[in-house]
Design a protein around this ligand. Structure first.
Ligand code: SF4
Length: 359
């Protein structure tokens, strides 16, 4: 995709952009709803009607009744989910159409189909339930819905696994290996019960015995932001701030999750910081824009990134600037909304509906 923000928006001052976004919002009133993800820049979040993680924002999108213009400040898969969960007359726009998610791109539908075909020998859909993370493109969500599975987020991955194991013997989990493994470990699964599917290799690089032993087949995808954190970062933080509580996102590697005090979704991290007593020190292993905002919102607490040796900024979330938002809110009529094809809609809807039912 090619997208260049018009010069007028590129060169506007922050002050002018604030005025323009504010004026457009006032003019559109209840027709407009701006959804902002927790990883967005502070000046963008300031104009959001709702702030949340992908799970929370999809629930909010699903109950929008008055707004017919929904602007998503996040990444592409989130806007696709909002398009599915809203009515057909409601249009969803992604404030920067170039904002994608590399993790979602790691699960290409052709590779997933090849993997699913290979699993037919091991029981196929009678044995396996697909669970796909919210961070996937619409075609993978449709595949998941079609084969009786559901979407999960970092908020409900454990519940999604329970849902699956009540109905099927095994799970085929895409695309985040760490979220899948962390949820499996939480359920008490042993390492040999979680097999890693390397999509670049024949039969995922697994032997027949490894597939037969596995309770979960986990796709070899990852988030390049959360996998920045290492056990050495946890150790160094404990040494420097012995009183710090360490909380990490479950997209971090299992070794980091095991060493942290708590692991949880973005909304859990936000709540954890809000609920912590004044004077607490909290070190967080997640995206930097969120950590900075939490530190700003809770000046009575010391809120730090788990490590200063890495810069855990999601470059795709960071693509959305106030310049983009101003353009989107003023020129939405000239912008192509995010729209999932009719062919995929009902299966995607099924997978998302199951997600919303599983807490
Ligand atoms: S933080 Fe990771 S998973 Fe989330 S949008 Fe960025 S790359 Fe994707």
């Amino acid at each position: 995709m090619f997208f260049v923000l018009p010069k007028e928006y590129r060169e506007a001052s922050l002050e002018e952009l604030r005025e323009r976004v504010g004026a457009a919002k006032a003019k559109l009133g209840r027709r407009l709803c701006i959804l902002t993800h927790h990883y967005q820049r502070m000046e963008v979040v300031a104009f959001g009607d709702h702030l949340g993680d992908s799970y929370g924002l999809s629930k909010i999108a699903a109950v929008q009744e008055e707004a017919d213009i929904i602007i998503f400040c996040g990444v592409h898969f989130m806007a696709e989910a909002a398009d599915i969960l809203t009515a057909r007359h409601q249009k969803v726009y992604l404030s920067n159409p170039l904002a994608g998610c590399p993790m979602a791109d790691m699960a290409d539908m052709a590779d997933v189909t090849r993997a699913w075909d290979s699993l037919k020998r091991f029981g196929g859909e009678k044995t396996f339930m697909p669970i796909s993370y919210m961070n996937t493109a619409a075609d993978l969500k449709a595949f998941t819905g079609k084969f009786g599975g559901l979407i999960c987020t970092s908020s409900n991955a454990d519940a999604a696994l329970r849902y699956a194991f009540e109905r099927k013997e095994k799970v085929f989990f895409c695309p985040d290996r760490n979220l899948g493994q962390n949820a499996g470990i939480k359920m008490g699964l042993k390492p040999h019960e979680m097999a890693l599917w390397d999509f670049s290799r024949e039969q995922g690089g697994l032997t027949d015995e490894e597939i037969e032993r596995a309770k979960i087949i986990v796709w070899k995808g990852h988030c390049h932001v959360h996998t920045n954190f290492t056990v050495q970062h946890v150790d160094a933080m404990r040494e420097k701030h012995p009183n710090a509580q360490i909380i990490v996102h479950p997209e971090c590697i299992p070794e980091v999750v095991a060493k942290a005090d708590t692991a949880g979704s973005t909304s859990l991290i936000v709540k954890y910081c809000a609920d912590a007593p004044s004077g607490s020190t909290i070190a967080i292993g997640t995206e930097l824009n969120l950590i900075d905002r939490l530190a700003h919102d809770h000046p009575d607490k010391t809120i730090l990134p788990l490590s200063e040796a890495v810069c855990p900024v999601c470059p795709n979330m960071y693509r959305t600037t106030l310049n983009c938002l101003a353009y989107c809110v003023e020129k939405f009529a000239d912008i192509e909304p995010i729209s999932v094809s009719d062919e995929l809609r009902s299966d995607v809807h099924l997978s998302l509906q199951r997600m919303l039912e599983v807490q």
